[in-house]
Design a protein around this ligand. Structure first.
Ligand code: DX5
Ligand code: ZN
Length: 214
């Protein structure tokens, strides 16, 4: 069954604790924390201090999606804040091996993120060092955007590659995911769907999660 990573970017930031509880009780498996520095993307969100204060409020696994120009500076503080997985963009660290090893040496999972314009070929040399690949289906920075269908080919290409090489990294997709686009992603080989707006704006968040796992 596909896993659901609830993205809080479009949740009610004035009641983050309750919003996270809502997602947990509704059946989300992961909490997707969109960390933005206002440089790599034109938006600014939350820092390690906020993540630290959210940590004790839920049993959900925390994945920190670092949309920052210097992830080597921020991976440590977000690990100390309680992240179980650090995702950073290949676009800012063309040679990611060292940072990937540093993250995993701390007992935390590590993944790379591909923006819509970044070809999947660029990530192939690093696949065996990854726990997860995050395929962006929107240009990062904001929730509530339209799904970019080009993400589907990337997902299937990565799925074929992991079968061919007998690798076990998970494929996650992020941006504009709803039951329709989510079904296409699952079919292409995605294991985890990041869902923000569709979840937190739904009348019934539990039904919303069920509709993504049909
Ligand atoms: C965008 C973020 C995504 C986004 C997903 O930069 O990385 O996680 O919040 O939100 P929706 O599901 O609203 O597109
Ligand atoms: Zn994200």
């Amino acid at each position: 069954m596909v896993k659901i990573a609830a993205s809080i970017l479009n949740a009610d930031f004035g009641n983050l604790g309750q919003e996270i509880k809502r997602a947990e009780e509704a059946g989300a498996q992961l909490l997707h924390l969109d960390i933005m520095d206002g440089h790599f993307v034109p938006n600014l969100t939350l820092g390690p201090q906020v993540v630290k204060s959210l940590r004790p409020q839920t049993r959900l696994s925390f994945e920190a999606h670092l949309m920052v120009t210097n992830p080597e500076k921020f991976s440590g503080p977000f690990i100390e804040a309680g992240s179980d997985l650090i995702l950073f963009h290949l676009e800012v660290i063309p040679k990611p091996e060292k940072l990937l090893e540093e993250i995993k040496a701390r007992g935390v999972k590590a993944g790379l993120v591909l923006n819509p314009d970044t070809p999947a070929e660029t990530i192939l040399p690093y696949l065996d060092a990854l726990d997860q690949v995050l395929v962006m289906s929107v240009n990062p920075g904001f929730g509530g955007q339209e799904f970019i269908v080009g993400a589907l080919d990337k997902i299937s290409m990565l799925d074929a590659e992991r079968r061919k090489r007998g690798l076990s990294f998970e494929i996650e997709v992020d941006g504009g995911v709803n039951p329709k686009t989510g079904a296409l992603c699952r079919k292409a080989g995605a294991d985890i769907l990041v869902v923000g707006t569709y979840l937190f704006r739904a009348k019934d968040i539990k039904e919303a999660i069920k509709s993504l796992q049909m």
